[in-house]
Ligand binder design. Sequence first.
Ligand SMILES: *Cc1c(COP(=O)(O)O)cnc(C)c1O
Length: 355
Amino acid sequence: MHVETVCVSAGRNDRPGEPLNVPPVFASSFRTGGEYDYARNEGTPTWAALEDAVGRLEGGTATAYASGMGAVAAVVDLLPPGSRVVVPVDSYTAVRHLVAARGHTVDLRDITDTAATLAAADGAALLWLESPTNPLMDVADLPALCAANTLVAVDNTFATPLLQQPLALGADVVMHSGSKYLGGHADLLIGLTVTADPDLAARQRRHRVLAGATPGGMEAFLATRGLRTLALRVRQAQASAGELAVRLARHPAVTRVRYPGLPSDPGHTRAAKQMTGFGAMMSFEVAGGAAAADAVCAALRVVNAATSLGGVESTIERRARLAGQEHVPPSLLRLSVGCEHVEDLWADLDAALSG
Ligand SMILES: *Cc1c(COP(=O)(O)O)cnc(C)c1O
């Protein structure tokens, strides 16, 4: 079955007389004697529907958590105390803070350098990967790095399972912030891990039971509802992103565009091999530094000046304004292209840039 069909059809009720979609089940306790007893232990039918769908998309057993960081914790907390963890220099900043907070050693690496990353992974307890990375849009050689002789986790939030399936590329575990593309409407927090290793899956479930980062019933329902249109949303946004990247690259106020779909992008060849599309995330730098970039954000009317990504609504953010982004150029704007008409997005960007 194609991923588009799995998005629409997985995780449904199939018994006669039942609603087509598993409704939000608001329950902590269930009557004794059935499949479910207490939600934190066995989950709920609503969580199971989402886990079934995302598990089938990524090719493993999925576990849902209260947020993407809840999912990260269910990977990081399984490591032996005092582990060394290789983390990309450019990656979601909270991951390295959590690794450090749990008492592990953070070994920051440029994951575009495959040989150096593999050497660093040797003897580490975990190689954490993100590709494309946030916000520099670096592309890691996933097949090569997933062959590292250590546990390999891939944050697949930017690519979505529609465009990249890390387990098939050799990863041990995939992590999603479902708050982004899977939910797709900037209205919920949820996270997932997926692994094809039954022992690892059982340990991750146990982590959820003990640490308690359980998803909400409404959030799990909305995430599955969002997943139904994932393919439509990502294809539409991706087509617009490809067009906007070309036009931005030609704009006199733009000094650099980072989008793996551009043939000139350093990650283009790798992305073309391991992804089925280049996605709808990009970053670009503007002439005039941070102040000019802030002025662009303030002038936009269709694109929303806001953090986060992966929604039907386009969002833009100057990432270097945040702590932990010292390696990011000051004028870099991260753009999450949404589902508005591409000509409205372009008119908005062009006007703000030409300010
Ligand atoms: C948002 C995000 C996370 C964290 O997810 P939350 O749902 O906010 O906890 C992790 N990785 C990436 C790439 C993200 O964009």
